[in-house]
Ligand binder design. Structure first.
Ligand SMILES: NC(=O)c1ccc[n+]([C@@H]2O[C@H](COP(=O)([O-])OP(=O)(O)OC[C@H]3O[C@@H](n4cnc5c(N)ncnc54)[C@H](O)[C@@H]3O)[C@@H](O)[C@H]2O)c1
Length: 351
C-alpha cells in the first residue's frame, strides 16, 4: 500500500463534492481521479481539486491499477451495481447511504466485499458526530439505566428535491425522505441502543406536499428526465420493535408544517434513571436539587466528525471500520420493512 491511499470519487454531485473536500483534507489520502457523466459537474469537481484524470465511464476508472479505493456518491439505483463491480475490481469502497434500493442488493454488496477481502463502509455519518460519541459513552457506562425507547427524527420543513431529478422518482431512488434522511437517524438510534435485533416494523408513508411542490433546488440538481414525477414519500413514520422489547419511533420528512422552534433532527433516549437528547447532546436525570439538565460538551475524538477519514485510516492500517456491515444491512432491511408495511397496511415481521 502506498503512503497515501489513492482514491477516486464516482459521482460528483452534492455528496461527491463533499467526498472530494474530505479526501483533500485527509493526510493519508490522495484524490487521483473522478468519474462523472455530467460534463458540467465533472468540470466543477476537476477544477475544485485540480484533478488530472476524469472518466465518463466509471468502468474505465475501475480498470486503473493505481486506484486503491473509490467512494460512490451516485443515485441510489446505481449503488449496488457499481459497488459490486468496484469490489470485484479489488477496490476498497466507501458507499453513500442508502446502501442499496433493497436488502437483497445490499446483501450482494456485502457478500462481494467479504469474498474479495476489501474494506466496504457505508456512510452512516452520524456515528462520527462527537455528540453521538459522547452519548454512546454515557449509555455504555449505564448512566441512564435501562434504555427502553428511542425516538429518532429528521424533519425537514421545506426541502423537496427538484422534480425531474432522480431523488423524487421511485425508479431511481427507491424511496423518498425515509431512505434519504430517515436512514441516518435510524442508524444513529439503533447504534446508540447498541441493538439491531429487530422483530417487527409498522410503517406509514405519505406523499402530500411533494407532488405539488416545484422543489427548492437545494437537492436533486441532476436531472434524469423532465417529467415532474413525484412518486416517493415526503413524510414517513415507523414503529420499530426490537426482540428485547425495546422500541424505536422513526419520523422523516422532506417537507412538513411543524413548529419552527423544534429541532430538525435528533435522537431522544428514554432510560429508567435518566434520558439523553441529541443534537446537541444533553443528559436529564434526577439530581439532589431535582430534575437536572446537563449540557454535554463533547470533545473531538480521533475518529470524530469525518466518516471518510475513518474509512481511509481503516484501509491504510488494515483495521475494521467502526460500522459493522451487518448493521448497515440491517438498516436496509428495516427501511424495506417500513415500505412493505406501508404498502400492506400490516405489521412486517423480520426473520
Ligand atoms: N447530498 C447529500 O447531502 C447526501 C447526504 C447523504 C447521502 N447522500 C447520498 O449520496 C448519493 C448521491 O446523492 P447526491 O445528493 O450527491 O446526488 P446528485 O444528483 O447531486 O449527484 C449524483 C451524481 O452522480 C452522477 N452520475 C449519475 N450517473 C452516473 C454514472 N453512471 N457514472 C458517473 N456519474 C454518474 C450525476 O451526474 C450526479 O452528478 C445518494 O445515494 C444520496 O442518498 C447524499
Amino acid at each position: 500500500m502506498p503512503a497515501r491511499l489513492r482514491c477516486a470519487v464516482i459521482g460528483t454531485g452534492a455528496a461527491g463534492l463533499e467526498h472530494l473536500r474530505s479526501l483533500a483534507s485527509c493526510h493519508h489520502a490522495a484524490v487521483v481521479a473522478i468519474a462523472e457523466i455530467d460534463p458540467k459537474r465533472s468540470k466543477e469537481a476537476v477544477d475544485l481539486l485540480k484533478i488530472h484524470r476524469s472518466y465518463t465511464d466509471y468502468r474505465e476508472l475501475l480498470e486503473q491499477p493505481d486506484i486503491d479505493a473509490v467512494t460512490i456518491a451516485l443515485p441510489n439505483h446505481l449503488h449496488a451495481r457499481v459497488a459490486v463491480e468496484a469490489l470485484q475490481a479489488r477496490k476498497h469502497v466507501f458507499l453513500e447511504t442508502p446502501m442499496a434500493t433493497h436488502a437483497k442488493a445490499a446483501a450482494k454488496i456485502f457478500e462481494t466485499a467479504k469474498k474479495m477481502r476489501c474494506v466496504l463502509m457505508v456512510g452512516q455519518g452520524f456515528r462520527f458526530n462527537r455528540h453521538t460519541q459522547a452519548a454512546k459513552e454515557i449509555l455504555d457506562r449505564g448512566l441512564i439505566g435501562e434504555v427502553y425507547h428511542a425516538r429518532c427524527f429528521f424533519l425537514r420543513r421545506s426541502a423537496i428535491p427538484r422534480l425531474g431529478s432522480w431523488s423524487t422518482q421511485k425508479e431511481f431512488a427507491a424511496g423518498g425522505c425515509v431512505c434519504d434522511l430517515g436512514v441516518q437517524m435510524l442508524d444513529a438510534g439503533l447504534h446508540l441502543l447498541g441493538d439491531f435485533d429487530v422483530k417487527s416494523v409498522s410503517g406509514q408513508v405519505y406523499s402530500k406536499l411533494g407532488p405539488r411542490a416545484s422543489g427548492n433546488g437545494e437537492r436533486g440538481k441532476s436531472a434524469v428526465n423532465s417529467a415532474p414525477v413525484f412518486d416517493v414519500e415526503d413524510y414517513g413514520a415507523a414503529l420499530v420493535k426490537l426482540r428485547t422489547g425495546r422500541t424505536v419511533i422513526l419520523e422523516a420528512s422532506w417537507a412538513a408544517f411543524h413548529a419552527p422552534s423544534s429541532r430538525e433532527y435528533g435522537v431522544d433516549l428514554f432510560g429508567t434513571t435518566g434520558g439523553l437528547s441529541l443534537y446537541p447532546a444533553r443528559l436529564f436525570r434526577e439530581g439532589a436539587q431535582g430534575y437536572e439538565v446537563i449540557e454535554l460538551a463533547p470533545q473531538k475524538l480521533a475518529h470524530s466528525e469525518d466518516a471518510l477519514h475513518h474509512f481511509v485510516s481503516c484501509v491504510v492500517q488494515g483495521k475494521k471500520p467502526l460500522i459493522p456491515l451487518e448493521e448497515s444491512l440491517k438498516v436496509q432491511q428495516i427501511i424495506d420493512a417500513i415500505y412493505a408495511s406501508a404498502a400492506s397496511g400490516k405489521e412486517f415481521f423480520l426473520k
